[in-house]
Design a protein around this ligand. Structure first.
Ligand code: LLP
Length: 438
């Protein structure tokens, strides 16, 4: 029998008396207590993964090496508090993420401000609040930061974002390291060397090193090693031609995560060790002092620490065609299938002992045919009122949620020693709060 139990992908999932448990909590009880749709987060797993990165980076790259949590994956006050407690840095990409980090009391000297289009007011706000580093994409941004920093009497630390020209073989929408990318300045065309020279000449700019990010949800280690090789070679080239030796090299994020049984299990510490070997060898051969290495994991820190619980609202069987299970959420809380046809594991979480034999498409509640969570999956046959669990939704779900159709966003509950709401459920009042009555 193809029991649903076989689909438990990660060690924070288990089954007792036919019910799915997540982080040792009974999901049916949580659905009743908090309502659905509900996003659950496993605090222990988040902290544990942050520690895996931190310890492996220190061990293999040496003192000073650190992970930055890429908070675009999931941003809320509590996650910056956790990152602060775990003594890791963070990557923020907008004024909203920056403001949330400030609210959390996150030390901004350990925050890196990303993005390919920062406005003057973004730059001013970040400098006024003591941002650690800007990661600079282009000349326009470089000059804007220089001008604002000089006006404020500051010499602003930056890293330059460079494109190493690597194709990581992931979904094209999340590949970022190719020469024609909208992000960064290309090494291959010679433009990277020119922008370094320019940055070194500006009084308001304190260039500390380089950044690269090749893409996201990448399982193969080779593109990371190839990219690291190119970046470290560039460090050497700049040292030779301009006499500038980078102090920091940020290798970005991108490690893949297991969403379905066919995805591989990734050992992040081992990946870090393999990349470190490449860098150390190159530095030794070329007599370059290894820069301080930073990495920016987002997805791999929060994805499998999260899951979403829904309630099945209608089961529609189109004879000779297909079956739909419509749930009380959809693309408004998880747009990833609509955007990238991403794979997910779906379970009828209060019928875990039943056979996963009902083939169906999980449809969202929004007025859009493409509002699907997954097509043609096999789950235990649900009835209206049963709970539908979608696993591994911690990354790029809530952070990409919207209010399309004015659907309020779900609550987020953190499961640790106790269960606590870390983002309140939106109400209809919340979604109309900014409207001005005529
Ligand atoms: N650093 C930079 C500069 C990035 O652009 C990203 C992700 C990361 C770090 C973190 O990468 P991760 O470790 O999470 O792979 N919305 C898409 C993913 C977009 C990724 C954007 N950048 C999705 O749902 O798959």
């Amino acid at each position: 029998m193809n029991c649903q139990k076989t689909k438990l992908l990660h060690d924070n999932l288990s089954v007792k008396d036919g019910t799915l448990y997540f982080a040792d909590y009974n999901t049916t009880t949580l659905a009743r207590k908090y309502g659905t749709p509900l996003m659950l987060l496993d605090e222990k797993k988040i902290r544990n993964t942050m520690r895996i990165y931190k310890n492996a980076m220190e061990k293999y790259f040496g003192k000073g090496a650190k992970p930055l949590y890429a908070s675009k994956a999931l941003s809320f006050v509590g996650i910056y508090q956790i990152a602060k407690e775990e003594e890791i840095n963070t990557d923020i990409v907008s004024i909203g993420e920056l403001y949330t980090a400030i609210k959390a009391g996150f030390p901004l000297e350990n925050a890196f401000f990303h993005g390919n289009a920062k406005s003057d007011s973004d730059i001013e706000f970040a400098i006024d609040n003591g941002i650690g580093y800007f990661i600079v994409d282009t000349y326009d941004e470089l000059y804007a930061i220089d001008k604002i920093a000089q006006k404020k009497g500051v010499c602003q630390k930056i890293l330059l974002r460079l494109t190493p020209g690597i194709d990581p073989h992931t979904h094209s929408a999340i590949a970022t390291g190719k020469v024609d990318s909208k992000f960064g300045t290309a090494i291959e065309t010679g433009q990277a060397l020119k922008i370094v020279k320019e940055a070194l000449s500006l009084k308001g700019i304190d260039l500390r090193g380089y950044h690269s990010h090749i893409g996201s949800q990448i399982f193969d280690i080779k593109p990371f090693c190839d990219s690291a090789d190119i970046m470290i070679r560039f460090v050497g080239e700049v040292k030779e031609t301009l006499g500038f030796e980078a102090e920091i090299l940020n290798l970005g994020g991108g490690f893949g995560v297991r969403y379905v049984e066919s995805d591989p299990v990734i050992d992040y510490a081992e990946n870090i060790r393999l990349i470190s070997e490449h860098i150390k060898d190159y530095c030794q051969e070329n007599e370059i002092e290894m820069p301080t290495i930073l990495m920016e994991p987002g997805r791999s820190i929060v994805a499998d620490s999260g899951m979403t619980l829904y309630t099945a609202l209608s089961i529609k069987e189109i004879d000779g065609y297909k079956n739909y299970v419509a749930i009380d959420g959809g693309m408004t809380d998880n747009p990833r299938y609509a955007l990238y046809q991403s794979s997910y594991t779906v379970l009828t979480s209060n019928k875990m002992d039943k056979e996963a034999s009902y083939e169906c498409t999980i449809a969202g509640r929004n007025c859009e045919s493409g509002d699907l969570i997954q097509e043609n999956v096999k789950i235990a046959k649900p009835q209206r009122g049963d709970n539908i669990a979608v696993l591994v939704t911690g990354a790029y779900n809530y952070s990409m949620a919207s209010n399309y159709n004015r659907v309020p966003r779900p609550a987020v509950v953190l499961l640790g020693d106790t269960d606590r709401v870390v983002i309140k459920r939106e109400t209809p009042e919340d979604v109309s709060r900014l409207d001005v009555t005529l």
